[in-house]
Ligand binder design. Structure first.
Ligand SMILES: Cc1cc2nc3c(=O)[nH]c(=O)nc-3n(C[C@H](O)[C@H](O)[C@H](O)COP(=O)(O)OP(=O)(O)OC[C@H]3O[C@@H](n4cnc5c(N)ncnc54)[C@H](O)[C@@H]3O)c2cc1C
Length: 395
């Protein structure tokens, strides 16, 4: 791992920093879990995109800058340090896009990626079903062949951003007679406003519709929106998840920025030694995660794959995020009870609690680490009915 960057790398970082300093909204945007906030975040994405900062690692023809993974990591550090808004396009750019780069056709990439990059089309992930979370391969929603495409029926749930998003991607059962549950699945994209789609928002504790469940009743999807070959959905879904869980879903820049905010909070308030030590732990943790991610990125850049080690990342950042927010709330004392403490700590804490669940629960990640990295015997839990634990769950 070479941590020395070139003069061009530093110039890239400096350009990003200047642009962000001049453009990041002075006041936080309204929550993207509201119609108003969603629109404001979409407008921010358009602004980022116009200056080619929306998807820096993508090829130029799709709106990117052809930046390598280290420049992308540098950009992320600058982005979060500048206090820039959370990305409403995240599901598209960090989940669907890698899938299209690996398995999509040139026509699909040309059609889908530019509008994804600009925020003109915001994507939701439609994988989970009421009875299929960790055991994703037991999913029951189906796609049935029809002239020129497929008809989707079934129910998806916990689909983040789907209350306001435009399109979704998901896996559907196309061969109910397949020998094993994770065979006979097909990966496809569909329109959330197509006839036959009912989007029912699910409120979270604060009442905002962070998710939606989707009811699908013979929704037509043309053949051009199938990704990869029919029947190959499981392989395609799993192929990109290690990459984004390990690198793109939660980049170190985000936690470095949070640790800096925590230090500022501590400087302003002071605390006893125990809390001060936890502030120090947060700073050390963010740096450790940064270096660990650089090591991953180095292997990736050298042509290696990001595999089961990404489960370590996921467990680390999700538990780290909770600890960091707990420390902040302790520093805030009674003020931390206020949902709007001005710096978003209480809201951040509530969201951090979901970290060990989404992107594949930490129990599942620990099993992956045990079995694939440590070579321990396969686990305790019965695998029926699917033997298809969500090894690569992403959201
Ligand atoms: C904030 C948030 C955002 C989300 N966004 C999306 C989204 O955009 N799109 C989407 O499709 N889904 C999304 N999800 C759903 C998420 O992927 C699932 O909640 C997750 O995969 C767990 O599935 P489940 O809820 O069905 O729980 P279950 O799979 O029923 O798990 C319940 C408990 O049992 C444990 N468990 C299950 N199987 C095993 C096993 N074999 N060994 C050990 N322990 C086991 C789990 O770890 C967990 O603790 C989101 C969830 C959250 C919280």
């Amino acid at each position: 791992m070479d941590l020395d960057r070139t003069a061009e790398d530093e110039a890239f970082r400096a350009e990003a920093r200047r642009w962000l300093a001049a453009h990041v909204p002075a006041a936080p945007l309204p929550s993207l879990e509201t119609a108003e906030g969603f629109a404001a975040h979409r407008a921010w994405e358009a602004e980022l995109h116009a200056a080619r900062w929306a998807v820096v690692s993508w090829p130029r023809r799709y709106g990117g800058r052809d930046a390598d993974i280290f420049r992308w990591l540098a950009f992320e550090e600058e982005y979060w340090a500048a206090g820039a808004p959370g990305r409403v396009t995240q599901n598209g750019i960090s989940l669907l896009a890698p899938t299209l780069f690996d398995h999509g056709t040139p026509e699909q990439r040309a059609r889908v990626l530019p509008d994804m990059a600009s925020g003109a089309v915001v994507w939701a992930q439609a994988w989970s079903e009421p009875e299929s979370g960790s055991d994703l391969a037991s999913l029951r929603s189906r796609a049935v062949r029809t002239a020129g495409g497929w008809l989707l029926s079934g129910q998806k749930t916990w689909s983040s951003r789907a209350a306001f998003a435009d399109r979704a991607f998901g896996i559907f059962r196309t061969d109910p007679a397949a020998a094993r549950p994770h065979q006979g699945l097909t990966y496809l994209m569909f329109d959330l406003r197509a006839p036959g789609v009912t989007v029912r928002p699910i409120g979270r504790l604060d009442g905002r519709p962070a998710f939606a469940e989707l009811f699908l009743d013979e929704v037509f999807v043309p053949d051009e929106d199938v990704i990869g070959d029919p029947g190959q959905g499981w392989r395609i879904a799993m192929s990109t998840t290690g990459n984004e869980r390990g690198l793109t879903l939660r980049s170190p820049g985000r936690f470095l920025a949070s640790a800096d905010r925590l230090v500022r909070l501590w400087r302003g308030r002071g605390a006893d030694r125990g809390v001060r030590d936890r502030v120090a732990d947060a700073v050390i943790g963010a740096r450790a995660y940064q270096l660990f991610t650089f090591a991953h990125a180095s292997r990736f850049a050298a042509g290696g794959e990001i595999g089961a080690e990404s489960s370590l990342n996921k467990v680390f950042w999700s538990e780290y995020d909770i600890a960091l927010h707990e420390t902040a709330l302790e520093l805030l004392g009674a003020d931390g009870e206020l949902a709007h403490d001005g710096d978003g700590w209480a809201e951040g804490y509530v969201f951090a609690l979901a970290g060990p669940i989404y992107a594949g629960t930490n129990e599942i990640q620990r099993d992956i680490v045990a079995e694939r990295l440590l070579g321990l015997p396969r686990g305790r839990a019965p695998r029926a009915p699917g033997d298809g634990r969500a090894e690569g769950r992403t959201a």
